[in-house]
Design a binder for this molecule. Sequence first.
Ligand code: ADP
Length: 260
Amino acid sequence: ALPGVDEVRIAQTSEKQGRRLIAVGSGKGGVGKSTLAANLAVALRRVGRNVGLIDADIYGPSQPRLMSAEGRRPTAEGQKLIPVQTDFGVPMLSMGQLLKPGQAVAWRGPMAGNALGQLIDADWGSTDLIIVDLPPGTGDVQLSMIQKHKPAGAVIISTPQDLALIDATRAIDLFNQSGVPIIGLVENMAGYVCPHCGEVSDPFGNGGAEAAAAAMGHPFLGRVPLDIAIRRASDAGHPPAAMDVAEGDAFRAIAAKLGD
Ligand code: ADP
């Protein structure tokens, strides 16, 4: 049986040494954070990295769907969870797997923080890099991540328009104040290519995240176009970066900039 969220022990920090965490954050929901996290993980796996994926988005845990692992439940060895294997060679744990299907998330801060600890301190084996899909914004899970689990860095994703960027800037401030390096910003949903006439338009604008990165002195990691093929592949549980398709290119290029 799975240990209950309330029974979780906070594991020894020594166990975490040598395993790096990269947080993927955003100011708002719905900007493509989970899509980016899944595709970064599979892109890194494709180039031979021992990478795992944690879905810490308590409000909308979507990695089981994105990674075609719905219905796969993690097992446990004593108090330690054992990640589920996905078809893409990336072991994964999701907050959603700690909940019963359809169970509402009304956790108080400490419970959510403990659940994150349970995912991070799972039996990750030889995995030495874990991509963590954070909830949007600057709440309890982010604080727990920063204070207890010391990520090696954070990637922040935003859509190009001002309102999203203002919120993204708040998320960046939180990491900055806590001494977590900002690896860089990603701009999503710029440059929509009309499938009928081929004209490129920018429903949410274009270039805003790159300009914000420059203004804050952080690297700009790249742009992912608004592409119906990305949405379709994601809904079908096939992260495009895992496949030999053009819509995976942007994600692979961003993954290549994450360094060692
Ligand atoms: P978040 O994690 O920020 O809430 P998601 O990654 O769940 O956002 O993405 C929200 C929705 O937008 C999903 O349906 C996803 O497939 C879609 N989506 C994300 N990025 C793109 C893109 N570049 N082109 C088309 N659809 C996208």
